[in-house]
Design a protein around this ligand. Structure first.
Ligand SMILES: Nc1ncnc2c1ncn2[C@@H]1O[C@H](COP(=O)(O)OP(=O)(O)O)[C@@H](O)[C@H]1O
Ligand SMILES: [Mg+2]
Length: 309
């Protein structure tokens, strides 16, 4: 179903066909309250490939949760185009949307209490989302998921007896219960300590590798964002820049099978929109002392040089 968009990509750029699981064009979300309108997404463009593990960072209020809620089908976008796993989210009926939320996406929130039932055990909690498709396999599958998040030994503990980090791991197991194509995590490490945060990221990497699940993590955590292949920065409801892990680094990682704590692991890219506009990060403008709305533009040996006029 996604092939329509894959072909479109070939037509435009002749780059090798990408298998996009999320394609977001000029996405706009306006929240209307009684007397004000908030423009939470202002024409956001983003493509995410099937099987990617990527992060979205940005200041509070920049539109991260809004974007994740749009992909998750929790709220409807106002304008633009949003295709997820071949489905046009503008065209889904309410019934199709329910099915979409159950099968295509899994959600993890910062506050895991939102996904969990405190009076049930860890094992029972994980079986909950599978009750609709109940088979004899449900209990076994729930147990496998418990093992995957390293909590099989806590299976009979009531949720209220588990630590915050453990509860968050249960929430991840629940999000995966229906084997979603995409796992969406909104600040999943926002309320846990550094050690648990690292553990959770490792789990995401394992899930991504072993199950092929596409994972999108919204985070404030710069350490975490250095450890994924791609990080998109969101500013004022738009993607403002991207950092992509250097190929040399990826090769090294697959050799040693682990991440180290080097800072210079990603290349930074500015975003070029369809009208040819590019946004230069504020820090760069400040560093070069560029003020006002004019810059000097020169072409030099296949490069574009932007400098202070
Ligand atoms: N339900 C809502 N009603 C009105 N405004 C909202 C709603 N949700 C978010 N906003 C506003 O939209 C903007 C983006 O919010 P949000 O996506 O939550 O940002 P982030 O997750 O990056 O902190 C903010 O200005 C926020 O106040
Ligand atoms: Mg948020």
């Amino acid at each position: 179903m996604a092939s329509e968009y894959v072909q479109e990509t070939i037509g435009v750029s002749e780059a090798p066909a990408k298998d996009l699981v999320i394609k977001c064009d000029n996405l706009v979300k306006i929240y209307k309250t009684k007397d004000i309108e908030v423009l939470a997404l202002q024409g956001l463009d983003l493509e995410i490939e099937r099987g990617e593990l990527m992060a979205i960072i940005g200041n509070s209020g920049s539109g991260k949760s809004t974007f994740l809620n749009m992909i998750g089908g929790l709220d409807r976008p106002s304008a633009g185009r949003l295709i997820v796993d071949g489905k046009d989210l503008f065209k889904l009926t309410e019934k199709e949307l329910v099915e979409y939320k159950r099968k295509t996406v899994g959600f993890v929130w910062q506050n895991s209490a939102r996904n969990l039932l405190p009076y049930l055990t860890a094992w029972e909690n994980i079986q909950m989302p599978m009750l609709f498709d109940r088979t004899d396999l449900t209990r076994d599958h729930a147990f496998e998921l418990l093992e995957m998040v390293g909590l099989a030994h806590r299976r009979n503990s009531k949720l209220s007896m588990l630590s915050g980090g453990e509860q968050q791991r249960i929430a991840i197991a629940i999000a995966l219960a229906n084997n979603p194509t995409i796992l969406l995590a909104d600040e999943p490490t926002g309320a846990v300590d550094v050690k648990t945060s690292a553990y959770i990221l490792d789990m995401f990497r394992e899930i991504n590798k072993n199950m092929g699940t596409t994972i999108v993590i919204v985070t404030h955590d710069r350490q975490l964002s250095k450890k994924v292949n791609r990080v998109a920065s969101i500013r004022d409801g738009k993607i403002s820049s991207e950092r992509i892990m250097k190929q040399s680094y990826k090769d090294r990682l697959s050799e040693i099978g682990a991440f180290t704590e080097e800072s210079d692991v990603q290349d930074e890219y500015a975003i070029l929109d369809r009208a040819g506009r590019v946004q230069i990060p504020q820090e760069v403008l400040e560093k070069l002392g560029i003020e006002g709305n004019r810059v000097k533009l020169e072409e030099e040996d296949g490069r574009i040089v932007i400098s202070k006029p």
